[in-house]
Design a protein around this ligand. Structure first.
Ligand code: PMP
Length: 405
């Protein structure tokens, strides 16, 4: 991989922050956008902007065609069987809420359970928790081991407790743990329990094949995979999506409306109410092509090298406490030092032009489990370099020294 040339694709990286070259290590929160994605959005507005699906005029037809081609690109990217299994949403959070409000409203009854894990992002906790309260159902949690891996010792028992859905992240945004989703899907399916995979942290780092995984739903956000904000995807198997009621009501999701009654549109439009985010959809398509050109396998290998290097270097610092040392990890590093607040380290790093995330990372139950208020989190992308990691380590050393003086 030619990282120098890749870095040139990302104009935002070429700047100084607080007088220092920007080192962007907050990729788990959002990734930067390559010029091709920025150009695609700009070209859309310069050439074919118009509302989709209902227009007979040429621009509308061009915009519609571009949008529907992008749906096929997403379909192929995650190897979905049919393009109507791809529903465009605002992002992971909206996709999960969509399933919670449609699937669970339909199938979750009093006394049933939703099963999640201890490492989930709030987006994969709160929608289920609120629904369980409404329905007098139970929210069950797969616990974790000290190294940040899921504790699967009682998972069969948990799956036997009237579970209506297993909703689980592929990769933890705090610990970087790659969860054994293949095994969990197999176990859940043996008990006829459908599975939703939160792929927010994996889709840009691992090859996703929904047919091979055989998951029932899979959700992700464009902005974590080099695409714009405000666009995301819900994948659902056709059989499931057909069974679900619409999520929201209005234009686009209808075939026919009379004051007395409405006939809803077919898949996937039944779930896409109102004018869609066409610029986001086209940006997502270009981001996918960009990733495919570099190669997800090459990306995963390179990012893993960065992770190994950074872990080794950080490990040399006395008093470091790593959160998440699972065997299978993606390029996310969470850590603390005894007696130092995570946000103080983040603030000093920022003065050096180094962007990391600090705090609870939208995973407060996990923080409680780890007995910390938050962590410092560095998350890497394929445009990061070993030299940047060296600067980051020097920055952490300096912060540690300043904060223990
Ligand atoms: N799940 C995971 C694992 C995440 O990392 C995130 C974003 N940090 C989300 C869900 C929510 O994604 P979004 O804010 O894009 O909806």
């Amino acid at each position: 991989m030619n990282v120098t040339s890749i870095r040139n694709d990302f104009p935002i990286l070429n700047q100084t922050i607080n007088g220092k070259p920007l080192i962007y290590l907050d990729n788990a929160a959002t990734t930067q956008k390559p010029q091709v994605v920025i150009d695609r959005i700009s070209d859309y507005y310069k050439t074919i902007n118009s509302n989709v699906h209902r227009g007979v005029h040429t621009l509308s037809q061009r915009a519609t065609e571009a949008m529907e081609n992008a749906r096929i690109t997403v379909q192929k990217f995650i190897n979905a069987k049919e393009h109507r299994e791809i529903v465009f949403t605002k992002g992971t959070t909206e996709s999960i809420n969509l399933v919670a409000q449609t699937f669970a409203q339909q199938f979750l009854n009093e006394g049933d359970s939703i099963l999640i894990s201890a490492v989930e992002h709030h987006a994969n906790i709160v929608p289920w928790q609120q629904l369980c309260k409404q329905k007098k159902a139970n929210l069950l949690v797969i616990p974790i081991l000290e190294n940040g891996e899921l504790d699967l010792s009682n998972v069969d028992e948990l799956l036997s407790k009237n579970v209506t859905l297993l909703a689980i992240s592929h990769i933890s945004n705090v610990l970087g743990t790659i969860n054994p989703i293949e095994l969990l899907i197999e176990k859940a399916h043996k008990k006829n329990i459908p599975v939703l995979i939160d792929a927010a942290q994996s889709v840009a780092h691992e090859t996703i094949d929904v047919q091979k995984l055989d998951c029932d739903f899979l959700v992700f956000s464009g902005h974590k995979m080099y695409a714009p904000m405000g666009i995301g995807v819900l994948y659902g198997k056709t059989d499931w999506l057909n069974k679900l009621p619409p999520y929201q009501f209005g234009g686009e999701m209808i075939l026919e409306v009379r004051f007395e009654e409405t006939i809803f549109n077919e898949l996937p439009f039944k779930f896409e109410t109102g004018t869609p985010n066409v610029e986001g959809i086209l940006g997502l398509e270009t981001a996918i092509h960009y990733l495919q050109k570099i190669g997800l396998k090459q990306i995963a290998e390179y990012e893993h090298k960065l992770l190994t290097y950074a872990t080794q270097k950080l490990n040399e610092l006395s008093g470091i406490i790593f959160h998440g040392i699972a065997k299978h990890k993606s390029a996310v590093l969470s850590f603390n030092f005894q007696g130092i607040h995570n946000s103080d380290i983040g603030a000093i790093l920022d003065q050096l032009g180094i962007a990391v995330r600090t705090g609870h990372h939208c995973a407060q139950p996990l923080m409680e489990n780890l007995c910390v208020p938050g962590t410092v989190r560095a998350s890497f992308a394929f445009y990061n370099t070993k030299e940047e990691i060296d600067m980051f380590i020097e920055g952490v050393k300096m912060a540690k020294k300043m904060l223990t003086m």
